[in-house]
Write a protein that binds this ligand. Structure first.
Ligand code: VG1
Ligand code: CO
Length: 542
């Protein structure tokens, strides 16, 4: 095997965001963009010599070609072994599990997650560490430094590997193993959940619909829900992964999974509906006529997880990202366990999970997971809900109603303003940040601010400090709003406004939009969103 050093120079803008480096697909395909970034990852993490890696992606456009390039770079840098999902496919949770199970040194996950795919859409690469979780900020900082001083890419001069043929292959001395992407993940789910109980529920007439959104979860959902638990084949919709996700936007929320939502709100609704995103780590849960917000889902799971066999021992603690509602905090308080509040992004849960301080964690953006891996896990959440339903005998709507009666309801909604001019969005945030100190005791659109801050987090395990993680506004009467800019977009800026209002008594079945309207008006009065952006309404409300 011939190894070539390809001369290169730093390419601007190779700093990863909330979850990996996401760019327009064409930018990723530009000469040496991917190559530079992969070499920088290796250089920033102590080199690849003798190491073992996991490699796969969500099947979007450029997935397979990118895998061939990464394999050549890994061989060129002396890696010992690479495990690749058959056809180049690995969901994010499956990749995380595989890294942990095999003791690999790290993994490359090719995905821009919930962003659309295709030559004119988005591509991404995420590097995960030996614990199976996303690289910490310390590690990504080292990768950025390496990307800024890169001079050469080491690449093997080798032919493409057949990614479809299961079994052993090689590039020079580097072993390549093409593995079934589903098998190990299935075994893990079998360990955690009472799949027989779910199968019995389905055999008893319980109906469900899972929307794989033409993304990576199709094969996993079929194996688990249809083949293992006996759901009818049409229970899994959009089950074939496609390079452009069928032209859709693989983000499991009421807006982008509109077809499923329509069904669930109709008279023909099955008992249970769910969806997952591009790379299989997000989930949407919806009962007949009843959408469950991700924040409520996390709280309910925290309350009832002990109904599933993998969680009978109870929970060590829980964590949520800061913008996620405080619903889970109330469960943790009742159970007498710790509840940690972390910045947005799964990488911040890693140390808490690694040190056994938490068992469950989640984000308002449809991410829920546990210590079984180091990523959020879409199908895990679906199986958890089905397990809870099977054991409790309660419907989704009944479970939520009972939960609110016990704990009160954190009405919640996220308003996204997409593709806002970056300068306008940055100025809006900077201006608000500068006024935070003066807001308490002032009233806006009839709501009085009680406290305001710029969220910062000190990791309790490694002491690292992350600042500027979102502006928090607290109001009289238990309302909270958070403003932050997205770190996963590929054009312009996305302003996210998170709205929450806790209500503990009276009728808890109001429309969230109605309950949150006064808060939304107060936030607009404070931050001047409509005045500055010219937008009269958010692009997406979830
Ligand atoms: C978004 C979500 C965040 C999530 C991240 C990655 O980040 O808000 O909660 O962890 O996406 O999810 P941002 O910076 O755009 O708000 V995934 O499934 O797209 O990897
Ligand atoms: Co995702």
């Amino acid at each position: 095997m011939q190894i070539r050093d390809i001369a290169t120079a730093p390419i601007r803008g190779q700093a990863p965001g909330t979850s990996g480096l996401r760019r327009k697909t064409r930018a990723y395909m530009a000469p040496l963009f991917l190559e530079n970034y992969v070499q920088a990852i290796l250089d920033g993490t102590g080199g690849a010599a003798g190491k073992t890696y996991v490699l796969g992606g969500d099947g979007r456009y450029f997935n397979a070609a990118a895998i061939q390039i990464i394999l050549r770079i890994l061989a060129g840098n002396g890696a010992a072994r690479v495990m690749v999902g058959q056809g180049g496919i690995l969901s994010t949770p499956a990749a995380s599990h595989l890294i942990r199970k095999t003791g690999a040194d790290g993994g490359f996950i090719l995905s821009a997650s919930h962003n659309p795919g295709g030559i004119d859409a988005d591509f991404g690469l995420k590097y995960n560490m030996g614990n199976g979780g996303p690289a910490t900020e310390t590690m990504t900082a080292a990768i950025v430094v390496a990307s800024e001083s890169i001079t050469r890419i080491r690449m093997a001069d080798s032919a493409d590997i057949n990614l479809d043929a299961l079994g052993a292959a090689a590039i020079g001395p580097m072993q390549v193993q093409i593995i079934d992407p589903v098998t190990d993940y299935l075994a893990l789910m079998e360990d955690l959940f009472d799949l027989d109980a779910i199968a019995a529920l389905i055999a008893g007439g319980f109906t469900l619909r899972f929307d794989a959104m033409h993304a990576v979860t199709g094969p996993y959902a079929r194996a688990l829900l249809v083949d293992r638990c006996g759901a009818s084949p049409d229970s899994v919709m959009n089950a074939i992964p496609l390079p452009d996700f069928g032209g859709g936007h693989p983000d499991p929320n009421p807006v982008w999974a509109a077809e499923l939502m329509g069904l669930m709100m109709s008279p023909d609704a099955p008992d249970f509906g769910a969806a997952s995103d591009g790379d299989g780590d997000r989930n949407m849960i919806v009962g007949r006529g009843c959408y469950v917000t991700p924040s409520d889902s996390l709280a309910l799971i925290a309350d009832r997880a002990d109904l599933a066999k993998g969680y009978r021992r109870g929970l060590a603690g829980v964590a949520r990202s800061m913008p996620t509602s405080g619903a889970v905090d109330r469960v943790a308080a009742a159970k007498g366990i710790a509840c940690h509040e972390t910045p947005t992004g799964w990488k911040f849960f890693g140390n808490l999970l690694d040190t056994g301080q938490i068992t469950l964690c989640g984000e308002e953006s449809a991410g829920t997971g546990s210590d079984h891996i180091r990523e959020k896990d879409g199908l895990w959440a679906v199986l958890m809900w089905l397990n809870i339903i099977a054991v409790s005998g309660q419907s989704v709507a009944d479970l939520m109603a009972a939960h609110w009666r016990s704990y009160g309801r954190n009405y919640y909604s996220r308003h996204d303003y997409e593709d806002v001019d970056s300068a306008v969005a940055t100025l809006l945030m900077a201006d608000l940040r500068g006024r935070l100190d003066r807001l308490p005791a002032q009233s806006f659109a009839g709501l009085r601010v009680t406290a305001a801050d710029d969220f910062a987090y000190t990791d309790p395990v490694d002491g690292s400090v992350s600042t500027g993680q979102g502006l928090r506004l607290f109001f009289e009467g238990g309302a909270r709003a958070v403003l932050r800019l997205s770190g996963t977009g590929t054009s312009g800026a996305t302003l996210r406004v998170y709205l929450e209002q806790l209500v503990t008594d009276g009728d808890l079945h109001h429309d969230a939009g109605d309950v949150l309207a006064p808060l939304a008006a107060a936030v607009d009065a404070i931050a001047g969103i409509s005045a500055r952006t010219g937008r009269t309404a958010p692009d997406v409300k979830t």
